[in-house]
Design a binder for this molecule. Structure first.
Ligand SMILES: Cc1cc2nc3c(=O)[nH]c(=O)nc-3n(C[C@H](O)[C@H](O)[C@H](O)COP(=O)(O)OP(=O)(O)OC[C@H]3O[C@@H](n4cnc5c(N)ncnc54)[C@H](O)[C@@H]3O)c2cc1C
Length: 497
């Protein structure tokens, strides 16, 4: 796995970066208590806790490019806890309770993040609670109703009360509210939209006022290791190395090369693509309530219309592309077929909106981190005391990343203090189901049996069609290889005749 490319495609959210090439000090410090690797939403969450709650610690944040230049600065702008969507499939894969707890945590985290934005008055164009509307064909709508029924049972059983504000729209309501005749129905779930990079920059600009925080842009961590017999970590960069007590890896799909091989193997970097534009034909669209986000084709495409400037942002379009952009970690290039698919989806829902001139469409890519079991990886790296990781949100990181960063920051402080007081205090305030949910993501699950399964190519659970394809290929790779050998042998035999 490589480092992020130095010349990524230009995202709408990053047209102006107030922290471009920012370095708190000209020279890279040689020592720190904590080093954070990566400054997206995860790294920002970790910094939030460390700088506010633990001013005695010296914190150094290394960012390979500019702050928030990864997925957080390139995504679709949705903050959507998935609620009941896909519940039956997830339950089948990971069990009913884990599937429920994952959703509970998403909801809890999304509420928490909205609270932080409001408490700190961060100007990030947050549009709260307007909901995400999934427009469905007949099969999708029928599936959704079954998911809802199964989720209602679980919600009663586990008592999370997660079904408030969910609405099912039958065809007539969809037509009345959207003027859309094609969808047979729709589901509305609570959701928000925002400018994720502005959220992170807003907080980071506060953090750097604190003397204990040092941010170093354009400084990738290239290697981390422990000297023999020492508990200290050495973090190498092209500008020199830093000695520290704790390393927090918040570097998304690029974390692999800094992790033990069993965790590295569990990661599937996947490239996503997005377009954004303003439309001169806005007035022609017969939509009554525009503030919500849209989801189509089981979540394969996702769209918002920004309330502030009417910019449309639509992502997805890779489900029918061979390879589905999996195992791609280069966000400096576009894929023309994905771009064409995005335009075609847009035309199919709102034919009048897409500008005729390509010059008026901004297009970019970003890298998501899928995992082979469909769950994030958050916690202490097994066998590496003082190393913590928060990655692998499977393309759905907004309701996870910030709190995952906070979570490992608290684990790190606990490790440093060698007593559980701060973590325990934190946890006592949280609902117990939430505590239980975090345990699902512990990296130690990739030790032992699960790692052996991965090595053996056993088909593992996944939460998206892309991952199902990846697992099928993985599962059948011996047969594919055998087929290929037969083909080659057949060709050879023909040539010899
Ligand atoms: C196109 C796209 C659309 C998406 N849409 C949505 C959406 O609408 N809603 C949603 O919930 N989720 C969405 N996601 C997923 C979501 O954006 C991510 O899960 C989330 O932003 C991950 O945050 P992060 O901080 O962990 O990673 P990132 O934001 O990628 O941050 C990691 C940082 O680490 C840096 N880095 C990497 N390696 C090193 C190194 N060795 N040394 C130093 N720095 C390093 C990178 O440069 C980067 O800045 C989308 C993702 C993409 C790519």
């Amino acid at each position: 796995m490589s480092l992020p490319k130095a010349n990524p495609t230009r995202s709408f959210w990053l047209n102006h970066n107030p922290l471009e090439s920012y370095r708190t000090t000209k020279e890279l410090p040689t020592n720190a208590d904590v080093v954070i690797v990566g400054l997206g939403l995860t790294g920002t969450g970790a910094l939030f806790n460390l700088s506010r709650k633990h001013p005695q610690l010296n914190i150094l944040a290394l960012e390979a490019r500019d702050p928030v230049s990864g997925a957080t600065g390139r995504n679709g702008g949705h903050l959507t806890p998935f609620s009941f969507r896909g519940f039956r499939q997830d339950s089948e894969i990971m069990g009913e309770k884990p599937a429920y707890l994952k959703r509970l945590l998403e909801r809890h985290n999304a509420d928490h993040l909205v609270g932080i934005i409001n408490e700190n008055s961060i100007a990030c164009d947050l549009q709260e609670g307007t909901g995400n509307l999934q427009c469905c064909d007949a099969q999708e709508f029928a599936d959704a109703k079954l998911d809802l029924a199964a989720f209602e049972v679980a919600d009663k059983r586990f008592g999370g009360n997660l079904l408030e504000d969910v609405e099912i729209w039958e065809k007539e309501t969809v037509f009345e509210k959207l003027g859309d005749n094609s969808a047979v129905g729709a589901l509305l779930i609570p959701a928000h939209q925002l400018w994720p990079a502005k959220l992170c920059w807003g907080l980071q600009q506060e953090f750097i006022k604190n003397k204990n925080v040092n941010i170093q842009s354009r400084t990738p961590a290239t290697r981390i290791y422990q000297q023999k017999g020492s508990s200290k970590w050495q973090v190498e960069t092209p500008r020199g190395s830093v000695v520290c007590d704790v390393v927090l890896l918040a570097s998304n799909a690029w974390a692999g090369h800094l992790l033990p091989s069993n965790l590295q193997k569990a990661l599937v970097p996947t490239r996503a693509q997005v377009i954004a534009f303003q439309s001169e034909q806005d007035h022609k669209v017969n939509v009554k309530e525009w503030t919500r986000g849209f989801t189509l084709h089981h979540g394969s495409e996702y769209m918002i219309r920004r309330g502030k400037d009417g910019v449309y942002v639509i992502g997805g379009g890779r489900e029918d592309i061979p390879g589905q952009q999996m195992y791609e970690s280069d966000d400096s290039v576009l894929n023309n077929r994905v771009g064409a698919a995005l335009r075609s989806v847009m035309k199919s829902i709102f034919p009048e909106l897409l500008p005729e001139s390509e010059d008026r469409i901004q297009e970019w890519t970003g890298i998501m981190c899928y995992t082979l079991d469909g769950k994030p990886i958050v916690g202490q790296v097994p066998g590496a005391p003082g190393q913590f990781v928060a990655i692998g949100y499977n393309g759905h990181g907004m309701p996870f990343a910030f709190q995952s960063g906070q979570y490992i920051a608290e684990q790190a402080v606990n490790y440093l203090q060698r007593n559980a007081s701060s973590v325990a205090d934190e946890k006592i305030r949280e609902p117990t189901l939430v505590q239980e949910a975090w345990q699902l993501f512990d990296p130690s699950r990739f030790d032992g049996a699960l790692a052996e399964k991965l090595d053996g190519g056993v088909s593992l659970p996944s939460t998206s069609r892309s991952m199902r394809l990846a697992n099928t290929l993985r599962h059948n790779r011996h047969w594919l290889l055998l087929g290929l050998l037969f083909l080659i042998f057949g060709q050879y035999a023909l040539c010899c005749k």
